[in-house]
Design a binder for this molecule. Structure first.
Ligand SMILES: [Zn+2]
Length: 603
């Protein structure tokens, strides 16, 4: 197996694509460190790489149960991988050597030229934290707030700690109050209240646990993160999403056979996935709702913004117009509550709207602009996009393309916000010139006459239908009126309607909650289907990938599975499924039950 692995790594390192990997043994254990071309370009081009690094490990993706460590940088386009380590164990010594090896594989401009990230967020696994602290002594190590809360609830529910069941929720919510306290004074007040509560006074064990936890407050409490560039990422959620992508999309929930196959999937399919996703982002194929916190709010007034000419700006507060907020646009920090750790606040939005043409892409604010899209295109492909590739379709003010703040995305473009009457109308390819020639030569009065006759005949047919079978025609007429008001609002759509009336509708797919849950990109302009195609579809499987549009679907018959048959040679007794424990911290806390005993449930 290792001979194959070493051969695979040697060919990967020498194929000239820019990726590099290293296999090394540490005592009885071993690891593989990988840096793919996209990971390399993330370090070279993404400003956020200098600020925040999220680290977490997961496993169960191959039959030998290797662990995969992922290093992820959160950006406007989601979490991007910045390095990966595969090991056969979770030992500190192995991770430490592997981390050194990974740093050697990274390009010289690692972490956007800074050499180390400013902040590292991990879960409370000490095996990872100690080597990270050694390798990045300048970085501030923080804990994932979600994992801290989960650990507290697990500790409270552990029968060995004998915490009174009725007091669990109160202690948990007290602790949660400390974790989310806005100011240091508030934190001290809440933590004192917690330690001096009756339960803590009676239970020495609990008190000791909480005192120990509170002594490490700087690594988990919100009020101690105010001036750190976390930009709203207080958990390792971005890494969890990367693992979900690996397990669901790349491996399709099927384990890899061995470590060579695992590595192969990581450097080929995983890489291709991010290539496609970043190009999708660059080309505006993303959901506006996902990025609502990363789009500069266009409503923010720019009139009262004062430019101090040194990269800082004063913006009046919305709630109390007398007070001013100071925005440092180069660092992407505002002194208000939201903007203090680099989240896009109203004041930064106002400054970005004011700067518009001069906004620099070196800032690490997570904002969707033409610049961000250009950077993502560069990370995906390794070269700059053509100069007008990422610009809007219509330009009104002749502004240069490369630095406009873009607030249009796929959904915005789907609406009729822009008048597209100037755009050429696509004509059906099958309309032969011969059939058009008579129409083209007709003058306007003749065409008007033809239209009048056509409408009169249609009107007569619809009137007759309404009298004869109102139950069919009344809903159809109502729907027709709705469709015309919704889809035929512009001149080009009217011309398209004339060309396609009665032939092909290209109707938009219905938006349902299922689409929102399916995790697929449904944000853009939909590719329509013929309405009858939907009703002809056969659904062998029920599930969230079912789509519906056009005519209402009739009753769907689900095929009977072998287990459900009551007779025949397959009539084996059905195995009882083990009930899964609830994997949701909030519902566990509200119903006062434990998270389950397995490691999976606790993590
Ligand atoms: Zn602000």
């Amino acid at each position: 197996m290792f001979a194959d692995l070493e051969q695979f790594i040697a060919s990967y390192n020498s194929d000239g694509a820019g990726g590099s990997a290293l296999f090394k043994r540490v005592g009885e254990n071993y690891f593989v460190a990988v840096v793919t071309p996209i990971m390399r370009r993330v370090h070279q081009n993404i400003p956020q790489a200098a600020e925040l690094l999220l680290v977490d490990a997961s496993g169960g993706m191959d039959r030998q149960k290797h662990r995969i460590y992922m290093f992820v940088v959160p950006t406007a386009a989601g979490g991007l991988p910045a390095g990966s380590i595969i090991t056969d164990c979770e030992r500190k010594e192995v991770f430490s050597v592997a981390l050194d090896a990974l740093l050697n594989l990274l390009p010289s401009e690692k972490f956007f030229g800074k050499g180390a990230p400013a902040v590292i967020v991990t879960d409370n696994d000490l095996k990872e934290r100690e080597p990270l602290a050694r390798v990045f002594p300048s970085a501030k190590l923080l804990l994932c707030q979600f994992h801290v809360l989960k650990a507290v609830w697990s500790w409270l529910c552990n029968a060995r700690h004998k915490v009174d069941k009725t007091a669990r929720q109160s202690i948990y919510f007290h602790f949660k109050g400390c974790l989310y306290a806005r100011t240091a004074d508030d934190f001290v007040k809440r933590s004192t209240e917690l330690l001096e509560s009756d339960v803590c006074k009676e239970d020495v064990n609990l008190r000791n646990y909480l005192v120990n936890l509170l002594s490490d407050k700087a690594s988990w409490a919100t009020c101690f993160r105010n001036n750190l560039p976390t930009r709203g990422s207080n958990t390792t959620n971005y890494v969890e999403v990367v693992f979900k992508i690996l397990k669901d999309t790349i491996f399709d929930r099927v384990m890899a056979y061995n470590i060579t196959q695992l590595l192969d999937y990581l450097v080929t399919r995983f890489e291709q996935y991010f290539h496609g996703r970043l190009l999708g982002f660059a080309n505006g194929r993303y959901r506006k709702s996902l990025l609502r916190n990363m789009l500069a709010q266009s409503s923010c007034a720019t009139k009262e913004v004062v430019d101090h000419q040194d990269g800082t700006f004063s913006v009046p507060s919305h709630s109390s117009p007398d007070s001013l907020h100071s925005v440092d646009i180069m660092r992407g920090i505002c002194d208000c509550e939201v903007g203090s750790n680099g989240c896009l606040c109203k004041h930064m939005s106002a400054v970005i709207n004011l700067l518009d043409l001069k906004f620099s892409s070196d800032s690490a604010i997570k904002v969707v602009s033409t610049n961000t899209k250009g950077v993502m295109f560069l990370v995906a492909t390794g070269h700059q996009p053509p100069s007008d590739w990422l610009g809007p379709l219509l330009l009104n003010d002749g502004a240069p393309l490369d630095c406009r703040i873009d607030t249009h995305c796929a959904e915005g473009m789907a609406g009729s916000g822009q008048s597209n009457s100037d755009l050429p109308v696509l004509q059906p390819a099958d309309s032969a010139p011969d059939s058009n020639s008579t129409l083209v030569s007709c003058d306007v009065p003749a065409a008007l006459d033809m239209w009048g006759v056509l409408m009169e005949s249609l009107r007569a047919r619809v009137t007759e239908g309404l009298h004869k079978s109102p139950e069919i025609f009344i809903p159809a007429v109502k729907k027709c009126a709705e469709n015309i008001s919704e889809f035929v609002s512009t001149e080009s759509s009217l011309v398209s309607m004339l060309y396609t009336m009665g032939k092909y509708s290209g109707c938009e797919q219905k938006r349902t909650r299922q689409h929102l849950l399916s995790g697929r990109r449904h944000g853009g302009v939909k590719i329509g289907v013929q309405p009858t195609a939907i009703s002809r579809r056969k659904y062998c499987l029920s599930g969230k990938r079912k789509q519906s549009a056009g005519r209402p679907i009739g009753n769907v018959r689900k095929p009977i599975t072998f287990e459900e048959q009551s007779s025949g040679s397959f009539n084996a007794p059905r195995l009882k499924k083990r009930k899964a424990s609830i994997h949701d911290l909030q519902s566990c806390v509200s119903s006062n039950v434990s998270l389950g005993l397995t490691r999976h449930a606790k993590n």
